[in-house]
Design a binder for this molecule. Structure first.
Ligand code: AQP
Length: 333
């Protein structure tokens, strides 16, 4: 059976983009793959995290997986920092990846912003740790949103270079799984920016724990244009905010975007936004409720994470031992 690995950073404000681009897809994949889902807390600290918030947000990511329908018996759910193979393999990959490769990573440029000299070394080396996350399990497929495509290409480059340098076929070339009608959900305030946890405006995103009133309010305030919805998909090309809302509706309703237009063409946003609100509440509401229930039972979430960490460690240990041997590290016997 092919193996899936994916992760979400426990940096708070889990949102509809994280759900539609990644977490929702995790659930269906359990039928056909062995799945490993991680709260990537070591990635989170590449920018400052308050320790207590980090602990809570790590549980929150695990709770989101559970509430969305990931089954902890069939799949592995764990926190990255509890399996030391991630950090150990990342160091080896720091020595495989080339500076030129990392210099091309757009996420670093976006997150470091103008004050590059002050960004952490971890933020720069982030893609090497991501490669280690995936390859510590020799995972073959990685379900992610579109924004992670470039990092996955780097993972393939690292696997290829490692295999070539050492004359082995140790690592598979991973395939991204980017699917659904909303692989890149945009900010509700600005159709040119992706919906993101770190956007200072809470109105830019719908979060897992928003109630009906908040969802309705955020969608009511969502930026749009004055025109009604068109009949054809091409007519959305220069209307990023309208295209975003249609994409969100399609993904939540399991429809294509054209089917959404077939239903709503000619409708004003004053009609479409309430319909989208109802749909978002129907699909997202129960997940938020379940997360609230899980928040009240941190012992359960902790036991899922502990069990997951043990199972993940058992899978990663032989891979790390194989890599250390290939590299020429003496193995302690
Ligand atoms: N807007 C999005 N649309 C579709 N998918 C998205 N993902 C993130 N934003 C969108 C996908 O969610 C998964 C987890 O992402 P992450 O938490 O590891 O990091 P991120 O991509 O940096 O997420 P954010 O929300 O944008 O956080 P900040 O603001 O901290 O940078 C990934 O599969 C990602 O593709």
């Amino acid at each position: 059976m092919s193996r899936i690995f994916s992760g979400v950073q426990p940096t708070g404000n889990l949102h509809l983009g994280n759900y539609l681009g990644a977490i929702r897809n995790f659930v269906g994949l359990q039928d056909n793959y062995e799945c490993i889902y991680c709260a990537v807390n070591m990635h989170a600290i590449t920018v400052w995290q308050d320790p207590e918030d980090l602990r809570n947000n790590t549980r929150e990511v695990a709770a989101a997986y559970l509430a969305a329908g990931v089954d902890p018996k069939r799949s592995i759910i764990f926190a990255q920092s509890s399996v030391s193979a991630h950090a150990e393999l990342a160091w080896i990959f720091n020595c495989v990846a080339r500076l030129g490769w990392l210099n091309r990573m757009t996420q670093f440029k976006e997150k470091a912003g103008k004050n590059r000299e002050n960004a952490s070394v971890g933020l720069y080396a982030y893609p090497n740790l991501m490669a280690a996350d995936i390859l510590a399990y020799k995972a073959t497929h990685v379900p992610v949103g579109e924004d992670q495509k470039q990092h996955l290409e780097l993972t393939r480059d690292i696997a290829q270079k490692f295999n070539k340098d050492y004359g082995t076929e140790t690592f598979p070339l991973v395939e991204p799984l980017i699917f659904g009608e909303a692989t890149r959900v945009m900010s509700l305030r600005d159709g040119s920016k992706k919906m993101s946890k770190s956007d200072p405006s809470d109105y830019s995103r719908i979060t897992f724990t928003d109630d009906r009133d908040s969802i309705a309010m955020k969608l009511r305030k969502a930026r749009t244009d004055p025109d009604p919805l068109p009949a054809k998909l091409e007519e959305l090309d220069n209307r990023p905010e309208a295209a975003n809302l249609v994409g969100i509706y399609a993904a939540l309703a399991d429809m294509t975007r054209q089917q959404v237009l077939d239903e709503f063409s000619g409708a004003a946003f004053s009609t479409f936004k309430p319909a989208l609100t109802d749909l978002a509440v129907e699909k997202f509401g129960p997940i938020g409720e379940e997360m609230k229930r899980l928040r009240a039972d941190p012992g359960h979430v902790d036991s899922v994470l502990k069990d997951g960490a043990e199972r993940a460690s058992a899978l990663a240990a032989p891979v790390l031992a194989e890599v250390k041997d290939i590299v020429g590290f003496l193995l302690a016997r």
